[in-house]
Design a binder for this molecule. Structure first.
Ligand SMILES: Nc1ncnc2c1ncn2[C@@H]1O[C@H](COP(=O)(O)OP(=O)(O)OP(=O)(O)O)[C@@H](O)[C@H]1O
Ligand SMILES: [Mg+2]
Length: 298
């Protein structure tokens, strides 16, 4: 598991994509030189790995670097490479015509970002790339950008670039899409939709990772007994309410897992972490992933 050159982690907003991508990257870094890539434009630093985010890779741990791809930097790098001996590239990038072209060409910026991703995965010092990808809708758009480019631009460097990117993304030997979800209906529905989208394109997709799984502590009768307690004190009433809420959460988790089983989809469960310190969260998730990838012998 996780042997592919490019591991893409996506899912609904807020389900734990960034945390899970960081944990998978930590896991991969033990075996191969790995770079964790984000398109995040909001944060100055990585939210869980305590390193600054920029276009140049920064070492976060042994074997693990982190890098942010932003469209402008990717475009600059591309133009510079295409015009290596020319001092003209700044003029080109600043020219009105170029900006009009970039803004008016749907998918151009995305293609440049994907091009950088492709370079990292195929022609860099890194052996593995883990992408903390945008959420499902945006990722679907991204995956289809090379195809749209190939249809719009029939020859030349953009066509060539788009072909290489498409070859990488759709190659099940080199690319895997991991689906992150919370154990609840909406997040699982979104994960299943993305899974179908990827399977339609014959991509390598899975597993679904159900994040923030809580222990299933109460039996139905126990909750009924608690609910039927007469005249509980305020403190006891509060404890009962907490127990009922946790029981209901566990029921909704079971429902989410059953949706996946019914669709014949493998899923993993990662526990909800009680320690909210970012490094502790990533350490726990990495540890939990490792136990699934390499189950301990009894
Ligand atoms: N297993 C877990 N246990 C407890 N808290 C978690 C767990 N996984 C993630 N979190 C918390 O959930 C929140 C969202 O996680 P994260 O930022 O990784 O999600 P995301 O999918 O990347 O969000 P976004 O869509 O905004 O990029 C964070 O505050 C994180 O600390
Ligand atoms: Mg995120």
């Amino acid at each position: 598991m996780f042997e592919e050159r490019l591991i893409i982690v996506s899912g609904k907003g807020g389900v734990g994509k960034t945390s899970i991508a960081a944990a998978i990257a930590r896991h991969c870094a033990q075996f191969r030189s790995t770079v964790l890539v984000t398109f995040d434009s909001q944060n100055e630093r990585h939210p869980f790995l305590d390193v600054p985010l920029g276009y140049q890779p920064v070492v976060a741990a042994p074997g693990l670097s982190v890098l942010r791809v932003d469209a402008l930097a990717a475009i600059r790098e591309y133009v510079r490479r295409k015009m290596p001996f020319s001092g003209l590239y700044d003029a080109v990038l600043k020219s009105r015509m170029f900006r009009d072209f970039a803004e008016a060409s749907p998918g151009f910026e995305e293609l440049m970002c994907l091009g950088k991703l492709n370079d990292l995965a195929t022609a860099s010092k890194f052996e593995q790339v883990v992408l903390d990808a945008p959420s499902t809708g945006h990722l679907k758009t991204l995956i289809d950008v090379p195809k749209a480019t190939l249809e719009a631009v029939r020859v030349g460097p953009l066509n060539h670039n788009a072909r290489r990117i498409q070859d990488l993304l759709l190659d099940p030997e080199r690319t895997r899409v991991v689906l992150a979800a919370l154990p609840e209906e909406m997040a699982v529905t979104e994960a299943l939709e993305l899974r179908n989208f990827c399977r339609d394109r014959r991509m390598n997709v899975g597993p679904v990772i159900l994040n923030q799984w809580v222990p299933d502590r109460f039996a139905v009768e126990e909750i009924e007994n608690l609910r039927n307690l007469e005249n509980p004190t305020d403190a006891l009433r509060a404890a009962i309410d907490c127990s009922v809420a946790e029981f209901e959460l566990a029921q909704s988790q079971r429902h989410a897992a059953a949706m996946l089983s019914a669709a014949g989809v493998d899923y993993w469960r990662l526990k909800r972490c009680v320690n909210h310190q970012p490094q502790a969260l990533i350490a726990q998730l990495t540890n939990d992933i490792e136990k699934i990838v390499f189950p301990p012998h009894d």
